[in-house]
Design a protein around this ligand. Structure first.
Ligand code: HAM
Length: 420
């Protein structure tokens, strides 16, 4: 016998019944975007490598260590998309969406690829639901985007998460703050690897979790205390609007995002039940990204919510978006009743009930076993004698009650009991 082949390392698969929850999560989040007037964008799964180097930033781990890059048959360097924002910007510029009504509001969902060390909640093929809103620096847009994600998580039934918020300043105020931080870090007792990290991006040192580093960082200068007037006013307006929307948040002035394009408002949804991979989703403003990629000077804001982690969070909290079970009715035909039963199955489906049936000649006992395993709350048995009498036996799997119902009335009967 030849050996079996397994899925590549770090690539999750979602099979029934979890896959139904998976779809419900994606659709619940997408509904919020549709309600807020965001249009769907379907993007390529690979792009020119230069897009990510310019868009996401060469100094980030995502670009420098985690990209799946390959050369195609024409000698071009291509990369499996590690994130969605750069691709959306490329497409908006290429198709001139930025010349029309602003802001351009788009949502997307699908797989992204990062060559990370796999563990629970951290995968090499990850899935995100994301939105991008381009062409307005109105703080109302920040509040809209953030609130949309929060409502989506609440609609899923999640409660064990918090929204962390900060501002990373802009091209005006960040350089001066960065110089202050570099000076502060130079006076600390840090190992060579940490010094190197500080050289590439000093802000990232603030996020170091090691106690001996954290202890030295207690008095580190924070961006929030050094915002220019315009960034401070923007941040105050976003906070006020979030409070108006009833979107709870906590300020985390030491938040560090893994991508270079962020400016001003930055946020993360953090779930305490997910262990090390606690980031449910995150996003922020990226006011220089469009022009960096050759487009107009337009600002934007968006987020990416990890769908794999949303599913884990639902499992941890014991919530099942999309309801229980995959079926409403299971039909068991016996002997000569098979043809009438197949008709009934079609009628039940046409009436909107999720219906399956027993296949093959297995007799009542075997077929009832399948009915039980199907998880359907109602089972309809039709045997030859039922057919002669013009009835079907409708059984509730919860209570065990069974009653004969006229074949002509069985669809209406099931529709009404399934709705209760
Ligand atoms: P990100 O923070 O890199 O942002 O990813 C967003 C979310 O994707 C994370 O919070 C996490 O839930 C999920 N995620 C990331 N990496 C993995 C992984 N290896 N395994 C499982 N889940 C993962 C972005 O990608 C930005 N494009 C978001 C954005 C949009 N910012 C503005 N617009």
């Amino acid at each position: 016998m030849s050996s079996t082949i397994q899925a590549p390392k770090g690539v999750p698969e979602y099979l029934p019944p979890d896959s139904a929850t998976w779809l419900a999560i994606r659709d619940t989040l997408a509904r919020q975007a549709t309600l807020a007037g965001y249009g769907y964008i379907e993007l390529p799964v690979f792009e020119e490598t230069a897009l990510y180097i310019r868009g996401v930033g060469e100094s980030t781990d995502v670009v420098s260590k985690e990209m799946y890059t390959f050369t195609d048959r024409g000698g071009r360097s291509l990369t499996l998309r590690p994130e969605g924002t750069a691709g959306v910007m490329r497409s908006v510029i290429e198709h001139h969406l930025d010349r029309g009504q602003l802001p351009v509001k788009l949502w997307y969902a699908g797989p992204f690829f990062r060559a990370e060390r796999p563990q629970l909640g951290r995968y090499r093929q990850l899935q995100q639901f994301g939105v991008e809103a381009i062409g307005s620096d109105d703080p109302a847009l920040d509040a809209e985007v953030i609130t949309m994600a929060d409502r989506g998580y609440r609609d899923l039934g999640l409660a064990g998460y918090r929204l962390e918020l900060t501002s990373l300043g802009c091209r005006e105020c960040r350089p001066a703050y960065r110089a202050l931080l570099v000076e502060f870090l130079a006076g600390l007792d840090l190992d060579e690897a940490t010094r190197e990290r500080a050289r590439i991006n000093p802000l990232r040192v603030l996020d170091d979790k090691r106690p001996q580093v954290q202890a030295q960082l207690a008095d580190a200068p924070l961006m929030l205390d050094h915002l220019c007037d315009s960034c401070a006013a923007h941040f105050a307006a976003v906070r006020g609007l979030l409070e108006g929307h009833g979107t709870p948040y906590v300020i985390n002035p030491r938040m560090v995002r893994g991508l270079d394009y962020y400016t001003r408002t930055c946020f993360e949804f953090v779930h305490d039940g997910l262990g090390a991979q606690s980031g449910l989703g995150g996003g922020g403003r990226y006011d220089g990204l469009m022009s960096e990629l050759g487009g107009q000077e337009l600002s934007g804001i968006g987020f990416g919510l990890g769908l794999d982690r949303a599913l884990l969070a639902c499992q941890v909290e014991g919530v099942r978006p999309g309801g229980q079970g995959a079926l409403d009715v299971f039909v068991v035909p016996l002997g000569a009743a098979r043809e009438r039963a197949a008709l009934l199955v079609a009628e039940l489906r046409a009436a909107g009930l999720r219906t399956d049936q027993a296949f093959g000649e297995r007799g009542l006992k075997g077929a009832m076993k399948s009915a039980d395993k199907s998880g359907a709350p109602y089972v309809v048995v039709i045997g030859e004698r039922d057919l002669e009498q013009g009835v079907a036996q409708v059984k509730s799997m919860d209570t065990g009650d069974q009653r004969a119902v006229d074949l002509d009335a069985v669809v209406d009967h099931l529709v009404s009991i399934c709705q209760n």
